[in-house]
Design a protein around this ligand. Structure first.
Ligand SMILES: O=C(O)CCC(=O)C(=O)O
Length: 258
């Protein structure tokens, strides 16, 4: 079973994000959820549904030895559960505006010999001077172990506090170790790295092995002036009412593109 987090645990995650710019949520998904996602990705791989980067990335940012399958919510319902993880939604509720959007959910399957991705922060398209509050959140789910030698995500801790003219050196980046479900004892599984966009991050360089992960990005909600705040052209997350007790277990549901 995936671990359920209470209010105090969520506060710890928030504190870590405020301090470091990112946090790893341990045991976020069960071994069964991880295997189901991997099986679905294996099924999609090699089919037309895998899309334009399903065989190899189209530039060095996507990764020329990396396979990405985009728009997974349009391809199989088993990916909904990854978008709705209660702790991630709780972090989003804290850091992002009400009505935030899910604007990407895809797999990143990094192959041997891939070059390290350039360090970037995922809201770098926003020109508001840094440091600033986050305009989105980027999440990686480890479907394989994430290690320093198989392309595990690199982050530059506390770079969310830096001024915009400070460029991180590669030596300031650390590889985030995240075990995938099957390797953890007690039938527990999966680690989910919530990487806030204001921190610099990148896929690491795999010296050996292959790394399968699932990435998703939530964007802060753009304001609307027509009274339809929350109506979006992309996926909209709707929360069901939270149970009254401390344990969160808050479920939600994904609505298709509007
Ligand atoms: O795959 C990863 O570890 C990170 C990928 C990433 O940062 C991106 O593609 O924007």
């Amino acid at each position: 079973m995936a671990q359920t987090l209470g209010t105090r645990d969520i506060q710890k995650l928030i504190d870590q994000v405020n301090r470091d710019g990112y946090v790893v949520i341990p045991h976020a998904f069960s071994a069964a959820q991880v295997s189901q996602a991997k099986a679905e990705l294996a099924r999609l791989s090699g089919t037309a549904e895998a899309g334009p980067a399903g065989q190899a990335g189209r530039n060095t940012f996507e990764g020329l030895r990396t396979q990405r399958i985009y728009a997974l919510l349009n391809k199989a319902r088993c990916f909904d559960q990854f978008a709705l993880h209660p702790a991630v939604l709780a972090l989003n509720d804290y850091f992002l505006d009400e009505g935030y959007l899910l604007n990407a959910l895809h797999s990143v399957n990094i192959g041997p010999g891939e070059a390290a991705q350039r360090l970037h922060h995922d809201d770098e398209y926003v020109t508001v001077p840094r440091p600033h509050r986050p305009f989105g959140a980027a999440i990686m789910v480890a479907l394989d172990d994430y290690t320093p030698t198989n392309g595990g995500t690199n982050v530059v801790p506390r770079s969310h506090t830096w001024a915009g003219d400070r460029v991180p050196a590669r030596s300031e980046a650390v590889a985030v170790a995240m075990p995938a479900g099957q390797r953890l004892g007690r039938g527990q599984a999966g680690a989910d790295g919530a990487v806030l966009p204001a921190v610099d991050a990148a896929a690491g360089e795999p010296a050996a092995g292959r790394r399968l992960g699932q990435a998703r990005r939530y964007a802060a909600a753009p304001r609307r002036h027509d009274g339809l705040q929350g109506r979006r052209a992309v996926y909209r997350l709707r929360r069901r009412p939270e149970p009254p007790d401390e344990g969160d277990g808050a479920a939600g549901q994904v609505e298709g593109a509007e």
